[in-house]
Design a protein around this ligand. Structure first.
Ligand SMILES: Cc1cc2nc3c(=O)[nH]c(=O)nc-3n(C[C@H](O)[C@H](O)[C@H](O)COP(=O)(O)O)c2cc1C
Length: 314
């Protein structure tokens, strides 16, 4: 599994909070201050460096850390973030850091919080002097934006997923299809605004699509308003060396009763079309176009590959 290490500094807690939230989205992950860094962390795959901006600059401890560790850092995928009131200050500093590091995969200036009554004497004075120097006064400001932070986390997660060494795609697709064909029940998750619904439901898989037969119910209240779905197919947990579960991202549509595909699905399922058509209630078929499958399968590790593999369907 690709691990993320977040190395940060923070005096008033905002950068620390961001490091913590990003670590939750990016897990398996660890966040630590520069003083807490240990040599054993050098085997993490993605390194994220985060610093607040004080008086127009990145915290010196972060610069020192980079200079002392530049050799191994240059062999890693690195991303950056800073916490600031002025995005311009943040971006300028991140560009400077990027130059020191050679190359980073992405960087982001995130909104910080400044409360004058929380600052210690030294920082109050430093901020006063800096404000006089640049001719600009920093008022109390709260630019902390959780959605921006989460979006950056998801962007980083996608870049991190790109680092996974994948097995040959035909082999992976075959193993995915074998797993889907050898199971028959999934959890379908649908949502619309505040409403979320997880439905245990029997499925059939056929040629990149998942089909669900249903009498109806609350899932349709979501599906009719939002056709983005997530599906989980998995085995019971028996131990960390026997993990087997996939998260499927897909797009749902309904198949009309008069379409040939409706008949095909019913027949493939071994059901009698006349019987279905003569039932007193309607039988609805949901068709899900698979977009992506994230498959955590310990078997992959035994085959010499990363236990998590990702397959994107055309
Ligand atoms: C002494 C001091 C100087 C600051 N100077 C800047 C600055 O030059 N530019 C900026 O955008 N933000 C500046 N800030 C705002 C900080 O970047 C913001 O408060 C950040 O959230 C602090 O992070 P922390 O809570 O992790 O310590 C300054 C804050 C302090 C306390």
């Amino acid at each position: 599994m690709q691990k993320t290490l977040i190395i940060y500094e923070s005096k008033y807690g905002t950068t620390e909070k961001i490091a913590k939230y990003l670590s939750l989205v990016l897990g398996p992950a660890k966040y630590c201050k520069t003083s807490e860094f240990k040599d054993e962390f050098k085997d993490f795959d993605l390194i994220l460096l985060g610093s607040p901006i004080y008086s127009g600059k990145i915290v010196p401890k972060i610069i020192d850390f980079i200079e002392k560790n530049i050799n191994w850092l240059k062999t890693k995928k690195i991303a950056l973030f800073c916490t600031c009131i002025s995005t311009k200050d943040g971006n300028e500093n991140l560009t400077k850091l990027e130059k020191i590091l050679g190359k980073v995969i992405t960087k982001r200036a995130l909104g910080g919080i400044l409360k004058h009554n929380k600052l210690d004497e030294e920082d109050s004075q430093a901020l006063k002097e800096f404000s006089e120097k640049i001719g600009f006064t920093f008022d109390d400001t709260d630019n902390f934006n959780l959605e921006d932070i989460i979006n950056y986390g998801l962007e980083l997660k996608s870049l991190k997923d790109d680092l996974i060494p994948l097995m040959p795609s035909l082999q992976l697709k075959n193993l995915i299809e074998e797993f889907l064909d050898s199971h028959n029940t999934c959890t379908l998750s649908t949502s619309y605004k505040e409403r979320v619904r997880s439905t245990p439901i029997e499925y059939t898989y056929n040629n990149c699509y998942i089909y669900l037969i249903s009498e109806g119910g609350e899932k349709f209240a979501n599906l009719l308003l939002n056709n983005n779905v997530s599906i989980a197919v998995y085995e019971d947990y028996i131990g960390m060396n026997n993990l087997a579960g996939m998260q499927i991202t897909g797009i749902a549509s309904l198949i009309g009763k008069n379409e040939n595909e409706y008949k095909d699905v019913i027949t493939r399922k071994g059901l009698n079309l006349n019987f279905i058509n003569n039932m007193v209630v309607n039988m609805n078929i949901i068709k899900i176009k698979i977009i992506k499958i994230e498959f955590l399968y310990s078997k992959f590790k035994k085959m010499g590959y990363e236990p998590k593999q990702i397959f994107i369907f055309d």
